[in-house]
Design a protein around this ligand. Sequence first.
Ligand code: WTA
Length: 678
Amino acid sequence: MTTDLLTNAPEVEAPVFPPRPPRQGRPTPHISSMDEYKKMYEQSIADPATFFGKMAQDLLTWFKPFGKVTFGSFKEGNVSWFLDGQVNACYNCVDRHALANPDKIAIIWEADEPNQHVSISYGTVLAEVSRLANVLKKYGVRKGDTVAIYMPMVPEAVYAMLACARIGAVHSVVFAGFSADALRDRMLDAKCKILITADQGKRGGKTIQLKKIADEALAECPSVHTVIVFQRTGDAAVPFHPPRDVWWHDETMNQRPYCPCEPMNSEDPLFMLYTSGSTGKPKGVLHTTAGYLLGVTATTKYIFDLHEDDVHGCMADVGWITGHSYIVYGPLANGVTTILFESIPTYPNAGRYWELVDKHKVTSFYTAPTAIRALRRLGDEHLQPYNLDTLRVLGSVGEPINPEAWMWYYKVVGRERCAIVDTYWQTETGSIIITPLPGATPSKPGSATLPFFGVDVAVLDPQTGKELVGTGVTGVLAVRSSFPSIARSIYDNHERYMDTYLKPYIGYYFTGDGVTRDKDGYYWIRGRVELDVINVSGHRMSTAEIESALVQHAACAEAAVVGIPDELTGQAIVCFCTLKTHTAPQATDQTLLAALTSQVRSHIGPFATPKRIVVTPDLPKTRSGKIMRRILRKVAAGDVGEEDVLNEDVLRLKLGDLTTLADPGVVAALVKRVATSQ
Ligand code: WTA
């Protein structure tokens, strides 16, 4: 483990922004002072069973009350919550609201084209989810079966997730930007028998050939016997292969609009979601029913400060954890209106988000720093036509938000009247774990501030694993004891779960992120400590996965991938490749570079497109053959110039110890190649 990322200290004298008092006619925040937060936080740590036992009774509707609130430990890897209780996530997100108020709007779908939106009531969601649940049952899906979902951002994607939850099937949503290979690998790993997909997707005016991609993946997934295809565009040219393929509209039309909810034990799996780790093989992070549901319900309520008539606009995709927790389960469990946004922030222009906020009277808005940075760069004039007065809370997620972007969000979007919540969490934590609370926490731009209830945070020395106590410390971020929404396992690979999260520091959950606790006890997330996981525009990917895509190209002998800092996307991907038969003209051959790029796009997906591919005669290696990525990262980031290689001392200063390099001459060649390649 290297500690490169741990060196940039937080701004010691960061400005502090106290919470804004509620404006006239706006609700009083659920938690309205630091004292209240502190008191509740202390209770949640001192006596989690009482704290979360009460919360679970207050926020969720149970079919059967739970007995013991919490059992197991990080040491044993047997974490469990709300034992013997029975609950259904779909019932909590849909039925209980539909029964009380069927006409209340559950989902506002804002389609790719700006003049198209649909409001869907809780009553309608109940009927649509039920119909699909009955279709799934008809095709043999039973409690515990896994169902793959590869859908664009349409309400049917949400119905598909909830229909699975309703009958106790475990959904595995694969982001619709993933390639055929990635979809195939995930369906095989999860042993899916059913896939729910769409003919095509729409995004930013472009059409995505989902069914075609799915067909490619399915060619190597013989266990999938049924594919339910939703018609998003109705394009007649879309391939369709009965009897395996069935149309969503044909099937649902014939089913009754009610299906009973399966009573699920608290610890029954709700879903899995694949995420990148330090090897090339993605892991199916497994979440269970009650703990996850409570975690997302509570965090959505308190962090976005949701009240009865609120409209929550989370701009993520349901294919990522942010979409699962803060588009689907969290807002719906709270019975508010959730926005489902099919498009992108710059289509048809950079005012799209703000038009959406204005039109749908959004009260809490949630996006990623990369989008905030891009919109800031495109200019404030895009906000001017719109009334953003309904906004109270502005959230950020996915990567550290730089203070400039934070200030723009606060001043230009929030008009200095909204709370900014920089929310830190992970696919594995299920819900937000470090965050300000709108009515309570004074904010510092760039800091995710303080832990949420029940999250017992520790900063560890990366080498010794000892806790770094007190303030002004930097180390790796870990959690001391379990909280309800923490992932319970990796699908079919509990050993990998233990090895990745619970064994690096025995007794702790290891987040993989570096962190500083500043003089006020505030947390500043520093990014991943394992440098083989990179974060591009808030998307987590592993360098090994990209390398394995590259070496599958016929011309590529070896590949090494590194992340470099990028102003817009946080980090960007730079690939170094050696060729099987390397000749000078081939090395900068545009066709070859394009082919290597497309290799990555088709193996993983367009969101993993490298910023730069450098074809080089050799890679820097130790005598034992290990690639020295530290050198590659510095060279890729432009930290070493052509003149530097002439001076050994300068080189050592910039690149560190080079004595372990098998061939010291390789550095000069690399630097030259980077300087001359585009
Ligand atoms: C990073 C996304 C700094 C972090 C919810 C984490 C953040 C990884 C923040 C998880 C934040 C997420 N500040 N870094 N507010 N939020 N991260 O699983 O490195 O896609 O480990 O979950 O994103 O990414 P994942």
